[in-house]
Design a protein around this ligand. Structure first.
Ligand code: F6P
Length: 308
């Protein structure tokens, strides 16, 4: 996200805008916590994960009172346009603001990659590379001890990180909320791998699967009981949400941020700037939401055929 803010500020200045950074997202809008940003203020930020403006889950923005305060800040401070960077929650906030007549441009940022209208969101590639980094290390110990490893990754209701991380990391099995499987099937698949001469098994578990199958530890207990193999669990958690962004993410953030500033300067509003087939494209905020199926089912087949 830092790359996007940097690009929006620098391109904005070039186009005669006066960028202001709002700290902690909608919370900062409600509490009037903001600061002018010059091109020098965004120096040296591109290599850092997260956002130097900070961010926040903001339940207050879902209340009438909070929304009223946010609109008042926009009015009082004379903000002429807003660039909102975030996931489905932030973008539905942007959609609401647009409906109230606020000039808004949205940018997709969520490691879950479940935002409808865009092929990729800021942060996805960095998170995926962290998953691959972790799987490489876990495989060493899995192989040495001939163990089964369950690696739980983030993604909320989306199996994107699990599937793509599993594919890139050479996992044997990937469990995603988009595809229903039984615990018995998972245990059978693991056993089948060992019978075919494998000395380990890596099962990537999307956190959203635990609604269907129970916790990752419960899945591990079942596999242990059914197969008699040694099973271990690693939960990657917030490791996936930090670290120096990959080149892909820096380029994506820079392109999106610059385009958002260009749209503001040209007074084009009410859309999210999306990445579609490698090109930037505006998608009306009214069409932006959460993708019900965030994965390519053909790739789900592929990861399992390659993991056999
Ligand atoms: O939506 C992004 C995400 O990282 C999800 O993958 C994860 O479930 C959630 O946020 C974690 O939220 P928090 O950092 O608030 O615990």
């Amino acid at each position: 996200m830092n790359a996007a803010v940097r690009a929006a500020v620098r391109r904005g200045w070039e186009l005669g805008l006066e960028p202001i950074g709002i700290r902690r997202g909608y919370a900062g809008l409600i509490e009037n916590d903001m600061t002018p940003l010059t091109p020098r203020d965004v120096g040296g930020v591109i290599e850092y994960g997260g956002t130097f403006l900070h961010t926040a889950r903001c339940p207050a923005f879902l209340t009438e009172e909070g929304q009223k305060q946010a609109l008042e800040t926009i009015e009082r401070e004379g903000l002429e346009a807003l660039i909102v960077i975030g996931g489905e929650g932030s973008l539905s906030g942007a959609r609401w603001l647009a409906k109230q007549g606020v000039p808004v441009v949205g940018l997709p940022a969520s490691i879950d990659n479940d935002i409808r209208g865009t092929d990729m969101a800021i942060g996805v590639d960095t998170a995926l590379n962290t998953v691959v980094w972790a799987l490489n290390r876990i495989r060493d110990t899995a192989l040495a001890h001939e163990r089964v490893f369950l690696v739980e990754v983030m993604g909320r209701k989306s199996g994107y990180i699990a599937l793509m991380g599993g594919l890139a990391g050479g996992a044997e099995i990937v469990l995603v909320p988009e595809v229903e499987v039984s615990l018995a099937q998972v245990a059978q698949e693991v056993s089948a791998g060992y019978r075919k001469g494998k000395h380990h098994s890596i099962v990537v578990v999307a956190e959203g699967v635990t609604d269907q199958l129970g916790s990752t530890h419960k899945i591990a207990d079942f596999i242990r009981q059914e197969t008699g193999l040694e099973v271990r669990v690693t939960v990657l958690g917030h490791l996936q949400r930090g670290g120096s962004p990959t080149a892909f993410d820096r380029i994506l953030g820079s392109r999106l941020g610059a385009r958002a500033a260009e749209d503001v300067a040209a007074r084009r509003f009410g859309h999210m700037v999306a990445l579609r087939k490698g090109e930037l494209a505006p998608v009306p905020l009214s069409e932006v939401g959460r993708k019900e199926i965030a994965i390519d089912l053909a790739l789900y087949e592929l990861v399992h055929s390659l993991g056999k």
